[in-house]
Design a binder for this molecule. Structure first.
Ligand SMILES: [Zn+2]
Length: 464
């Protein structure tokens, strides 16, 4: 009998393995992922791996199958059960295990599910994920006599979250769990945090009956904004479905975006790490990078993708990094992974010491920006078109004095602000964004984007 296994061609992605349950991913795939990933762990000399799962209906069955696969490679499997993704990361670090695997569909619709992996302290991505497919296709699995245990890590995790609470006065806080995987952790956390806490949608429910658990979409924050205003609360904190991303709302009910949060945290972190490198992705506002410099830090713009940010953080010894998307990483006092409950504790402490979240937010100048706009492009033309645009823009910049950053796609800084065009790692689209100091400036920037797309034969949507 051969154990060779072929995955659906769409599921092995850049940063995770993900698909639609019963259509592109099922329990057989999960077993093969357990075998393939287990094989990688064994071949790197590992012996122990943690596994956790989110609140989706399909998660327990997938977890069971992955456990079987992992054990068949000879590993000892530590099962932590239902909880947020950062609790799985915490388990691996706290118990000094060799690897971890989380079953989660993150913020995706209820019929999706997926697998996020870490090897040692680092996320598994890119070629390592593709290798799982190669190992499975060849049936080239390690085999051995595995074992398992089930542990309750929740109290140890909550204890660790509380350790870095440094507030000086009690605040009134609203939390929106969006029926995601962090519900139980959140209840235990707020029971021990000082202040008044109101929880929205803390019941874990894989149908997400109230709103979609993605705090980067403004309509998903309407409930928490309403509650913050109704209660006159100091701030609101929202999670995505597996609580590795955070969203926030100030006491006036305004959304504080991921890059603004990084800027706010940076000022605080730089007090104890003067001159440190603070990293954010190419989609982040220029106001963040300027704020970091103003606060005495060294801003570094890096590629979009949480695995890539984490790797750069380790390389530059950076205490803080983050993305527009709300993945924020604290290495200051913490492990350097993206943990939204931890970010929430740090935000409450910070606001408690500093005054109000709106005042912290208003230290950043107001700018106008576009949302992320996506342009459909064929897989063949995706990267080639960005290369063409890069070449043209660099030539033009030599004359105009504009600054071009090509770390991930092309980001052009002009006197009006900046614009970005980059190829998505996960979809056949080019992603554009622009940010300006005035409405006329924003128009000039979006016109520049359109001109470049047209020159490369890509159609822009009518409303752009
Ligand atoms: Zn997530």
């Amino acid at each position: 009998m051969t154990l060779a296994h072929q995955f659906h061609p769409t599921v092995l992605r850049e940063y995770d393995i993900r698909g639609i349950i019963g259509k592109t991913v099922n329990a057989d795939d999960a077993r093969a992922i357990g075998r393939g990933f287990g094989t990688q762990v064994v071949r790197q000399g590992g012996t122990k791996v943690a596994i956790g799962y989110d609140g989706r209906h399909s998660s327990p069955e997938l977890e069971q199958a992955v456990v079987e696969g992992l054990k068949s490679t000879g590993l000892h499997v530590v099962r932590i059960g239902l909880g947020p993704t950062p609790m799985l990361y915490f388990t691996v670090r706290h118990l000094k295990l060799d690897a971890g695997l989380m079953i989660t569909g993150s913020h995706n619709p209820p019929d999706y599910n997926g697998f996020k992996m870490m090897m040692g302290k680092a996320p598994v991505y890119g070629a390592q994920i593709q290798e799982i497919g190669t190992i499975a296709a060849a049936g080239d699995f390690a085999s051995g006599e595995g074992s398992e245990e089930t542990i309750d890590i929740q109290d140890a995790y909550v204890e660790r979250l509380l350790l870095d609470y440094d507030g000086v006065r009690d605040l009134n806080v609203v939390w929106d769990n969006g029926n995601g995987a962090a519900g139980e952790i959140l209840r235990r956390l707020v029971a021990r945090l000082p202040g008044k806490h109101t929880l929205l949608f803390d019941e874990i429910d894989g149908d997400f009956p109230n709103h979609h658990p993605d705090p980067t979409i403004p309509e998903n924050l309407e409930d928490i904004i309403h509650k913050v205003k109704e209660l006159g609360a100091d701030l609101g904190i929202a999670f995505d479905g597996d609580a590795d991303r955070i969203g926030a709302v100030d006491e006036k009910g305004r959304i504080v975006w991921g890059d603004q949060l990084v800027a706010i945290y940076a000022k605080d972190v730089l007090r104890s790490h003067p001159g440190a490198t603070i990293i954010a992705d190419v989609k982040a506002s220029q106001t963040l990078f300027d704020h970091v410099a103003k606060c005495g830090g060294t801003p570094l713009m890096w590629k979009t993708g949480h695995s890539l940010l984490k790797a750069k953080m380790a390389e530059t010894n950076s205490p803080l990094a983050g993305e527009m998307s709300g993945h924020i990483f604290f290495a200051d006092k913490y492990y350097g992974f993206d943990d939204a409950p931890y970010c929430g504790v740090r935000l409450i402490g910070l606001v408690s010491r500093e005054g109000t979240l709106s005042a912290l937010r208003d230290e950043l100048p107001d700018v106008l920006n576009t949302p992320e706009v996506r342009f459909q492009v064929s897989e063949e033309r995706k990267f080639a078109s960005v290369e063409e645009i890069k070449a043209r823009v660099k030539e033009a910049a030599a004359a105009s004095g504009d600054e071009v950053n090509d770390i991930d796609g092309v980001r052009v800084k002009t006197k009006d602000g900046w614009w970005l065009l980059r190829a998505s790692n996960t979809q056949d689209v080019l992603v554009a964004r622009a940010e300006a100091y005035s409405a006329e400036g924003l128009k000039r920037l979006t016109s520049a984007i359109k001109a470049e797309l047209t020159a490369s034969g890509i159609a822009a949507p009518a409303d752009f």
